[in-house]
Design a protein around this ligand. Structure first.
Ligand SMILES: NC(=O)c1ccc[n+]([C@@H]2O[C@H](COP(=O)([O-])OP(=O)(O)OC[C@H]3O[C@@H](n4cnc5c(N)ncnc54)[C@H](O)[C@@H]3O)[C@@H](O)[C@H]2O)c1
Length: 328
């Protein structure tokens, strides 16, 4: 028989690139149709995805944003790869019932989010956005002041950064901030390397940066009292999730001058209401959940998922399997 005759088909609707694609192509015939290239946006629901699996005759499914639900689990799939840290687009219980292994890609975007955190920190601390706006508008002299008078700041080297949540992103942020000459302290009840209680961190840090996951314990963990505990002029960064703080309390802390500034990459409902008070604050930098948006993130999840499919097909245990109970 021809060696290619029994190759499985892989339907890949995630962006997929680099070594991971090479590995997957060595295992399977790949149908590559990533959601991210579609105009208009295309996100499959369970029915549409099941129909596509039928159309391609796929036994391997690799997704990022599509919803893996209901009828998908009636298909003869050998594995589902979800190119995310938290595979919440997959009904894992149904996959387990159907005996289908589900793989994930933890920490795939840790470096990307850490770099975005550093970008926001510099942008907030050195007024990069309003200064750029002034140059573009031909208004470098404003209110009788030259730019040097309006845009002064303390340098970051020598100051203290407090990391809340020392997981993949928190650790990737830590060494970067240390590289800038900052003293880095951390709060994380589940990581022995964390140095501080939350209260001590809030009192000591010049920069507080959020990297915890959202849980019952962390939802709203930074509110009025916590902002009040921070140093006057502290910078608050959140490239994790808006649900970790009370947005009204943050807005009030900025309005009454308690905080020096803020950099945010996430909002509840993915956007701020138009005309929100933070939109007119020049010490606030707002980005729309793009922390993880690098090509490297895609290369990382591709490598992790493809290597684990390879392990599975060789009879080895995948490193990042969500439902190991399906392994015989
Ligand atoms: N902006 C983006 O595009 C983007 C991309 C990826 C991840 N994120 C977010 O960044 C955050 C971190 O992601 P990650 O990949 O590092 O996750 P992770 O699971 O590796 O790390 C989360 C950390 O939070 C800690 N934690 C749990 N409970 C805590 C508590 N009560 N107080 C403090 N820390 C606590 C955990 O111990 C863990 O170390 C998540 O909220 C994630 O949703 C954002």
């Amino acid at each position: 028989m021809h060696p290619m005759a029994n190759r499985p088909k892989a339907l890949v609707t995630a962006p997929f690139r680099g070594d991971g694609m090479t590995t997957l192509e060595s295992i399977a015939d790949v149908v590559y149709d990533p959601w991210i290239e579609q105009r208009p946006l295309r996100i499959y629901d369970g029915e549409k995805l099941a129909a596509r699996i039928d159309q391609e005759g796929a036994e391997i499914l690799v997704v990022e944003s599509d919803f893996v639900r209901g009828p998908v689990f009636d298909r003869p799939l050998r594995v589902i790869g979800s190119c995310r840290g938290d595979p919440n687009n997959v009904d894992v219980a149904a996959a387990t019932n159907a005996g289908i292994p589900v793989l994930r890609a933890p920490g795939r975007n840790a470096d990307a989010v850490a770099e975005m955190t550093v970008a926001l920190l510099f942008a907030v601390n050195r007024f990069v956005v309003p200064a750029d706006r002034d140059v573009r508008a031909g208004q470098v002299y404003a209110n009788g002041l030259i730019p040097y008078q309006r845009f002064r700041a303390w340098q970051l080297a020598g100051r203290t950064a407090g990391i809340v949540g020392l997981g993949a992103v928190g650790r990737a942020t830590k060494w970067r901030l240390e590289g800038l000459g900052m003293k880095v302290i951390a709060f994380d009840p589940y990581n022995n390397e964390a140095t501080h209680t939350l209260d001590d961190l809030l009192e000591e840090a010049d920069v507080v940066t959020m990297h915890a996951m959202v849980t019952d314990e962390t939802r709203g963990m930074i509110g009025k009292d916590e902002f009040a505990r921070m140093k006057p002029d502290a910078i608050y960064l959140n490239t994790a999730r808006a649900m970790l703080h009370d947005t009204d309390a943050l807005t009030a802390a900025l309005q009454n001058g308690q905080l020096g500034g803020a950099g945010l990459d996430h909002f509840e409902g993915e956007n701020l209401p138009t005309g929100h008070p933070m939109c007119s604050m020049q010490n606030v930098v707002l980005t729309p959940h793009i922390g993880g948006a690098t090509y490297d993130t895609e290369a990382n999840h591709s490598r992790m998922i493809a290597d684990d499919i390879d392990r599975l097909f060789r009879g080895e245990r995948p490193l990042h399997i969500v439902n190991p109970e399906v392994l015989k």
